[in-house]
Design a protein around this ligand. Structure first.
Ligand SMILES: Cc1cc2nc3c(=O)[nH]c(=O)nc-3n(C[C@H](O)[C@H](O)[C@H](O)COP(=O)(O)OP(=O)(O)OC[C@H]3O[C@@H](n4cnc5c(N)ncnc54)[C@H](O)[C@@H]3O)c2cc1C
Length: 114
């Protein structure tokens, strides 16, 4: 954005709103630049699983011996994810999936397990 646009609080190119004091014009160097690129923060969709982390097919039928947890899964957080819950999801469900795959049982920390 051009500095005079910021100063005049008007963007004649795209009509972008410029609030006073929010966007500031930077008039003196030195300037530094860093490369940035888009990245996936969290995906809400993905493989559906049961509460034992068993992967389900499109009809909801469990695929035997197939477990999933974390970012690759969808539906665990409903329609929206509260910030910071993804890591807890990955760790808890990853633990469950690991034990389910290795032993076919739920970990002791699950109430009413197996
Ligand atoms: C910028 C950013 C900030 C975030 N901040 C938070 C936060 O504050 N709190 C929070 O809870 N969550 C946060 N998240 C989300 C959280 O980090 C992820 O949901 C979580 O790390 C996903 O873990 P995961 O193990 O399921 O998947 P990943 O971390 O994506 O792990 C998948 C692994 O599989 C490997 N892999 C891929 N393909 C193959 C293959 N074919 N063979 C072998 N290995 C393979 C990849 O290299 C990777 O190591 C953030 C995410 C981003 C991007």
């Amino acid at each position: 954005m051009r500095q005079d646009y910021v100063k005049n609080l008007k963007d004649p190119d795209f009509g972008k709103r410029i609030d006073k004091g929010v966007m500031m014009s930077i008039e003196k160097g030195p300037y530094y630049a860093i490369p940035q690129w888009p990245s996936v923060h969290h995906t809400m969709g993905g493989i559906t699983i049961t509460d034992k982390t068993e992967v389900q097919d499109i009809y909801g039928k469990v695929i035997p011996g197939f477990f999933a947890a974390g970012e690759v899964t969808g539906g665990v957080h409903g329609t929206n994810r509260l910030g910071s819950n993804a890591v807890a999801d990955c760790v808890a469900n990853g633990y469950i999936a690991g034990q389910m795959a290795a032993k076919g049982t739920l970990p002791d920390f699950i109430k009413g397990k197996n």
